[in-house]
Design a protein around this ligand. Structure first.
Ligand SMILES: CC(C)(COP(=O)(O)OP(=O)(O)OC[C@H]1O[C@@H](n2cnc3c(N)ncnc32)[C@H](O)[C@@H]1OP(=O)(O)O)[C@@H](O)C(=O)NCCC(=O)NCCS
Length: 126
């Protein structure tokens, strides 16, 4: 179920499994593709960002340097807490939990609970 005020860009590159909920004010940029498995809960205000601005050149404005994008994969039975941000190229393993406000810039192993900025493993689910 997708709640009101969820922004989805490039939705043709988004795949969503069964029994998935996405809460209010979440923002999905799917330019690099976003794959969401089954039984996934996405809290409110979550950002899923599969692209970024290029910035390597100092002699050119960043808004003229183009963008890069990479697929984000979210496994099955994952819970993403409110206001977490998932960056491009990230894979979140099955049964994982992402804590509220986490910045996920590294892959999350299956069954892990992660939190913080940047996100670290808090503990493993048993
Ligand atoms: C991640 C979460 C599930 C962990 O819950 P928990 O297992 O009960 O964890 P605890 O409260 O026992 O905390 C365990 C440790 O993790 C830390 N921690 C918990 N949540 C954290 C978070 N979101 N970010 C960073 N650290 C966090 C705690 O400070 C604690 O650290 P310490 O051992 O050094 O004191 C929970 O804190 C969370 O963020 N839930 C999301 C809530 C939400 O978004 N609800 C909206 C509905 S979709």
């Amino acid at each position: 179920m997708i709640q009101p005020n969820v922004c989805i860009f490039n939705g043709d590159k988004l795949t969503i499994g069964n029994n998935v909920s996405i809460n209010e004010n979440s923002y999905l940029e799917c330019k690099g593709k976003v794959e969401i498995g089954n039984d996934v809960m996405i809290g409110h205000g979550v950002s899923i960002l599969s692209n970024t601005h290029n910035y390597n050149r100092i002699d050119l404005p960043m808004n003229e340097q183009g963008e890069s994008s990479e697929k984000i994969r979210i496994g099955n039975n994952v819970w993403i807490g409110a206001k977490a941000t998932i960056l491009m190229g990230i894979h979140i393993g099955d049964n994982a939990i992402v804590g509220a406000h986490a910045l996920v810039n590294k892959d999350v192993p299956p069954n892990a609970i992660v939190g913080g900025v940047p996100a670290k493993i808090l503990r493993m689910r048993r």
